[in-house]
Design a protein. Structure first.
Ligand code: GUN
Length: 300
């Protein structure tokens, strides 16, 4: 049996349509246009691609978009001063500082200088604490997208055994909190986990977020399990011609898709959901800032 392919691209388009509809209502009924500011320091090519894509999609759903592109040598004081201005700008409801930052900038300090109510990444320490204690927070976009796809697939996640491979602050840890919140039994595995194959082989849900190309083979997966692949790794693809490359996930798609019940592809799985959830978070932040009801299904 081959796995159902979870189409993240189509799902993300549906989320964007929902956001777009709600943005129209906000404008017509309240004269409000949600605004998202993205701050990029330096010229990392991958970050530039992400930031461009975020800006384009923000405009497509009818929001106000600002890009602040700063020189790689920008001082911490200057960056903090820009964030402070955005914090008090009424036209801005969401602020995202693209990571990673250049080495001379203290990432924690910078992230924690963002107004938690505008922290659409959900990385501010207040939002981390609120999520960890089951309180209303801004939820990190990638794990939020994974949760939406899992809820859509299962209906209820209650009682499922979930194994997350990877313990990053951006994906692994918030994913664990979200799955706990949905009453899964959660294991967070990482580079020091003993007998990873055995741990993974019990899971009804596997979320792979380690950043190692194709590291999870099909014979680790319980037949029928749902596999969510967060990895985006570029590897050589000599079969496509000399010097060519391709994108692969953290799971070996060919072998895992023969065993799993459902699986997200790379590309076209989790990736598109991340930006869709950023737009959903910007809408959520706007509704909260204005004391308006949040749209259903776009946050936890
Ligand atoms: N760099 C890679 N992923 C992310 C993300 O989700 N948010 C931000 N701000 N930077 C990133």
């Amino acid at each position: 049996m081959s796995a159902q392919v979870i189409d993240g691209k189509a799902f993300a388009a549906k989320v964007r349509d929902q956001v777009s509809e709600h943005v129209k209502l906000l404008k017509v009924e309240h004269g409000i246009v949600p605004g998202l500011a993205v701050v990029l320091v330096g010229e990392d090519p991958a970050s530039q691609v992400y930031v461009r894509s975020k800006g384009k999609q923000t405009i497509e759903v009818g929001m106000h978009s600002e890009e602040h592109k700063l020189d790689i040598a920008t001082s911490e004081a200057d960056l903090l001063s820009i964030i402070s201005r955005l914090n008090s700008d009424p036209a801005i409801n969401g602020i995202l500082v693209q990571l990673p930052l250049p080495k001379h900038l203290n990432e924690d300090l910078v992230i924690n200088s963002i107004d938690p109510a505008k922290d659409v990444d959900g990385f501010h320490i207040s939002n981390v604490g609120l999520l960890g204690t089951g309180q209303r927070s801004m939820v990190p976009c990638t794990p939020l997208g994974c949760l939406m796809m899992l809820r859509e697939h299962f209906g209820s996640l209650s009682g499922k055994d979930a194994v997350i491979i990877g313990r990053s602050n951006i994906v692994g840890k918030p994913m664990a909190q979200l799955l706990l919140g949905d009453s899964c039994t959660v294991t967070v595995a990482h580079s020091k986990t003993k007998n990873l194959k055995q741990v993974v082989s019990h899971a009804d849900v596997v979320v792979a977020a380690v950043g190692r190309a194709e590291m999870v083979p099909g014979d680790w997966i319980k037949p029928g399990a749902v596999v969510i692949d967060v990895g985006i790794n570029r590897i050589p693809a000599p079969e496509k011609g000399e010097g060519k490359t391709k994108l692969v996930g953290d799971v070996d798609y060919d072998s895992c898709s023969k065993v799993a019940g459902a699986i997200t592809p790379v590309p076209g799985g989790v990736g598109p959901m991340t930006i869709a959830c950023l737009l959903a978070n910007t809408l959520t932040a706007t509704c909260r800032a204005n004391g308006l009801t949040e749209p259903e299904g776009l946050t936890v």
